[in-house]
Design a protein around this ligand. Structure first.
Ligand SMILES: NC(=O)c1ccc[n+]([C@@H]2O[C@H](COP(=O)([O-])OP(=O)(O)OC[C@H]3O[C@@H](n4cnc5c(N)ncnc54)[C@H](O)[C@@H]3O)[C@@H](O)[C@H]2O)c1
Length: 381
């Protein structure tokens, strides 16, 4: 067993701590440092997890060195600059999604990483649920026959009220799209990952349900319940909702519906692939079951169980069937996959590469352009 990789995590909001726990649970890394803008918050967090060093800036972290891999868990607008610094320092990079805000920036990072001796990836974590990998393997083995069509939806309700607020509503921090960039890209990534086919064109319509929102004057926690006493009314330019028609390579039609304003849906990511021999369906809120549809035989429900999945999927199943695993376990699998690629440079990643991240940025820009022109837009990769 190789020495554990020394990791640093930048940003300790909602997702940074999920990365820390995943690193610790992976068995392949230890958290050597965190970067937090607030000293007290960083130090309290470091004490809780026995993390030796706390920095307040990325530059200080990189100046001191002593880390093998950096996890960038900051708001979207900071990804490009921080990711670039990490790559320039020749350090392995696991960036949160979206890779950057523009496709041009993402392409620059892809080219930069290619010149460095590093492994770099993007946290499209839903790829790493065991039954999603199982679905991918079954499709690769041809078990669905000819693929006809794909569908996905990603529905949430945490921004349904005009009093709901988060940095994701501010284009300067989140980028020019919201629902599509934030969660739609997870769905688009999954459809492409499952089928091995890229999106070639889109026709999208976006809807801003609340053209103004009440921005609290105090600090706002992601997914936190908002009950601000004082707020300012701000204009919202990004979408709460989008419907996207798309075509995958090989003229496979599909659709994605994205919403952050669908009451009752918390993290309603759902994907389906239709083939001549069978269809496969997976729900993020029911991640331990893969639904297999048949025309001439009873439908099947495959439970996540190390003895029932394919041989190459079993290492990503950590508990017996019925002992449910979920979101944090897929994060753990993402770190296992990514760190294994650092430790064994010949290994092919399951997790998204920087190029896959770039593909999502191109997808987002095409969706925005399609909505603006009310027409089909071809993706230029
Ligand atoms: N893969 C997933 O499932 C998933 C889920 C949630 C968020 N995300 C992504 O993670 C990123 C962060 O989202 P979040 O929900 O955790 O947001 P958040 O607001 O909860 O946390 C962001 C943190 O970054 C900190 N920060 C800001 N600037 C910083 C800087 N210069 N240096 C260090 N820290 C800084 C903030 O103080 C905050 O603690 C986003 O890009 C988002 O898209 C991914």
């Amino acid at each position: 067993m190789a020495e554990k990789l020394r990791a640093a995590v930048i940003g300790l909001g909602f997702i940074g701590p999920a990365h820390v726990e995943a690193i610790l649970r992976s068995g392949l890394g230890r958290v050597e440092a965190v970067v937090s803008r607030t000293k007290e918050k960083g130090e309290a967090f470091a004490r809780k997890y026995d993390i030796p060093r706390v920095y307040q800036s990325v530059d200080d972290l990189l100046k001191d060195g002593q880390v093998d891999v950096v996890h960038n868990c900051t708001p979207n607008a900071l990804h490009y600059e921080i990711n670039k610094k990490v790559l320039e320092a020749n350090i392995h990079l696991l960036s949160e999604k979206p890779l950057t805000i523009t496709a041009a920036e993402a392409k620059e990072l892809v080219d930069l990483a290619a010149k460095k001796d590093v492994v770099a990836g993007v946290m499209y974590n839903y790829r790493m649920h065991p039954l999603v990998i199982e679905a991918k393997k079954r499709i690769e083995r041809g078990e669905l026959g000819r693929i006809f069509a794909v569908q996905a939806e990603y529905l949430q309700d945490w921004l349904i009220y005009d009093t709901d607020y988060n940095w994701r509503l501010e284009p300067e921090l989140a980028g020019p799209t919201r629902a599509v960039g934030d969660i739609g890209t997870h769905a688009a990534d999954l459809l492409q990952y499952l089928t091995g086919r890229k999106v070639t064109e889109v026709n999208a319509r976006m809807k801003t349900v609340h053209p103004t929102r009440k921005k609290p004057t105090g600090e706002v926690v992601t997914f936190g319940k908002q009950a601000a006493e004082s707020f300012e009314e701000v204009e919202i330019s990004t979408e709460d909702y989008a419907t996207i028609l798309l075509t995958l390579e090989g003229e496979v039609p599909g659709s994605i519906t994205v919403s952050q304003v669908t009451a009752g849906k918390k993290n309603g990511l759902h994907v389906r692939v239709d083939g001549q021999e069978a269809s496969l369906e997976w729900f993020e809120e029911d991640p331990n079951r893969l639904y297999i549809g048949h025309r001439d035989a009873p439908n099947q429900v495959l439970m996540r169980d190390p003895g029932l999945v394919s041989e190459e999927v079993a290492p990503f199943v950590h508990y017996p069937g019925g002992h449910e695993e979920g979101y944090p376990d897929a994060f753990k699998n993402a770190v296992i996959d990514f760190y294994s690629c650092i430790l064994d440079r010949g290994r092919k990643p399951l997790l998204a590469t920087l190029y896959d991240g770039y593909v999502e940025n191109v997808f987002v820009e095409a969706v925005v352009e399609s909505n603006r022109t009310r027409s089909w837009v071809v993706l230029n990769l």
